[in-house]
Design a protein around this ligand. Sequence first.
Ligand code: FAD
Length: 384
Amino acid sequence: MTTEAPIVIVGTGLSGYSLAREIRKQDKDIAIVMVTADDGFSYSKPMLSTGFTKGKEAEELAQASADAMTEQLNLELRTFTTVTGIDTTAHELVLGDERLRYSKLVLAWGADVIRLNIEGDGQEFVHSINDLMDYRAFREALAGKKRVAIMGAGLIGCEFANDLRNGGVEVDVIAPSDTLMPGLLPSPAAEAVKAELTELGVGFHLETVVDRIDRAGDGVRLALANGETLEADLVISAVGLRPRTSLAEAAGIATNRGIVVNRALETSAADVYALGDCAEVDGHVLLYVLPLMACSRALAKTLVSERTEVAYGTMPVMIKTPCCPTAVCPPPSDAAGAWELEQEGSDVRALFKGADGVVLGFAVTGRFAVEKQALSKEVPPIHD
Ligand code: FAD
């Protein structure tokens, strides 16, 4: 390691920029270089699934340009620059033909969308929306069109379903599960969201999958495994994300579901750290904003002053389905206990209680959603 090499952060998503901000709160001058494969615009990714409700074009969701961020954070920012390798022995990043030395390297390069291999000649009508550029491309493709089929009934699929309906688009959701957001919501809460989305006009095709997507007129025809066919102008694929691990793995850095880091965000390679959607922190892959903010604060301290481990608070997830406001804090997967339910129509309060009566998790929908702050205070942090 040489002292003159900068801290290098790969990625200008919420993780990369949050970390740079946190470093600057502690040290105004330490040299930072950020490298990103995209245009470096600062934006809040959660806004991508509320853009139609709020009538926002991609340009309106962009909060600051790369130049503005460079000035604001007093750093060097290299846009449209893709990292192709890491030489951990030489402390160098490989950028195609070029090499960039680092004193400390932070991988904040996010997650890839999972792409299904579906038969048919309609693939160019299938969009995934995981960044601002995807959002821009989707909005341009949707201009003048009215029918969207969404593959996936997870959080992102459900949020886009609500958002597009609010924007006057006809929406069909297709998913193999028998309920919405399985693994995140207990079934009474999932049924409440489904009932309200159905009321809003969303069509659900559950317990089936899309077998083929073929061109038909100006759009596509989807053939489902249950024998149904659907017509759509565009398709959104929202079937999941996979942390980006391949470059780290190729560099000999330990990976599992994500890039493996401890609570100090240290990878298995000296002076290399990871956070955000690409990281598996102490066994947890948490693809949400609150965890990455907590990680940014801890890592900034480690990089600038003293080694600091992340401490998570309780982190409820707000599901942006305004037709049925929903908040959830899933109990730990190994928690012993049972759900207690209070329900009136689509207003659900589900509390997961341990044997001693302590609330270990919750899901609240409709009029009970306002209780999320109070309930969050009762639930122990994800890992203390
Ligand atoms: P990203 O934002 O994906 O950033 C990755 C960066 O790395 C990009 O700049 C990319 O260009 C760069 N990069 C990748 N590979 C390379 C390479 N090889 N070389 C150089 N640069 C590279 N979370 C919540 O908590 N609440 C919500 O309401 C919520 N809503 C969401 C709605 C949607 C539609 C989506 C998609 C996600 C939502 N999330 C939400 C999740 C949350 O937004 C993400 O967890 C978070 O934004 C991830 O940020 P990141 O910086 O880790 O990754």
